[in-house]
Design a binder for this molecule. Structure first.
Ligand code: HPA
Length: 271
């Protein structure tokens, strides 16, 4: 995918270079409808050349440039998933664009299934590290300069930003877990045997997004933070079937705490 045409639109339309991009996961998009967001500049994905024009859910996403808690941010409402059939260069295009637009950091948020039996549905988890179990990698193909051919993933999730997330949660009196996120392609949920295998591998939560984007964000030199909203226990942990509706409902129930945490993190953000 050509990045320059979308970048040119941003350069023409965006009112500022944000400090931070916040990728809002499924059911966590309320901030993009807040008063601050409404007072900002909204650019629909349909205005960005190369961006897929419709998501599976039937509505396209948007980038909202706004001031949140005194900080200049861009809110990304909607993302592209590999399971929708988009190539990985499209899935990860927003990260390439943020890097090239001069952003320094990205906060990823997502809905995930809890694998760690100590975790509870509705809790939030700081992503400390990930396991790429998608079977592929967004950097396959000719290297995209200026990133190196073989980039480091030793500390993909920025230590200082992780500490700032914990400090924000602590000052709010919120419980905040931390763990390893395993990224899969989906779109089916996992089998119970897969969940048991992932636990053995060291995963605490599982989801169908974020990992390709974080790999690309690191290739762009962006600092990365991530929060998973634990919307269900992984398949087979409880004697119930998983449904997208239940996952969304759990996300909605956790949305207020999620927004409070993100706002406090942004307010105190020190890059
Ligand atoms: N598995 C994969 N992705 C998910 C899950 C899950 O259990 N819950 C929310 N996203």
């Amino acid at each position: 995918m050509q990045l320059q045409p979308a970048l040119d639109v941003l350069k023409a339309r965006a009112p500022f270079i944000p400090e931070l991009a916040i990728v809002l996961g499924s059911g966590l998009g309320d901030i993009a409808e807040s008063a601050e967001a409404k007072a900002g500049v909204s650019i629909s994905f349909t205005e960005l050349p190369g961006f897929p024009q419709q998501s599976v859910a039937g509505h396209s996403g948007k980038l909202v440039f706004c001031e949140l808690e005194g900080k200049k941010v861009v809110l990304q409402a909607g993302r592209f998933h590999f399971y929708e059939g988009h190539p990985l260069d499209v899935v990860t295009a927003p990260m390439r664009i943020y890097g090239r637009f001069g952003l320094k950091a990205v906060l990823h948020t997502n809905a995930a299934g809890a694998i760690n039996p100590d975790f509870k549905v509705g809790e939030l988890m700081v992503i400390a590290d990930h396991i790429n179990f998608t079977g592929t990698n967004p950097c396959i193909g000719p290297n995209v300069p200026p990133g190196p051919r073989f980039h480091d993933m030793t500390v993909a999730y920025d230590k200082a930003l992780r500490q700032q997330l914990h400090a924000a949660a602590e000052s709010l009196g919120q419980r905040l877990q931390e763990g390893t996120y395993i990224g899969v392609t989906g779109p089916c949920y996992e089998s119970p045997a897969e969940i048991r295998a992932f636990r053995t591998m060291g995963a605490d939560a599982v989801g169908m997004s974020t990992v390709p984007e974080v790999i690309t964000a690191r290739h762009e030199g962006l600092r990365v933070a991530g929060i998973s909203c634990l919307c269900n226990m992984g398949a087979g942990i409880l004697p119930v079937a998983l449904t997208h509706e239940d996952v969304l409902a759990a996300g909605a129930a956790a949305a207020a705490a999620f927004e409070t945490l993100v706002r406090k993190f942004v307010k105190d953000l020190a890059l």
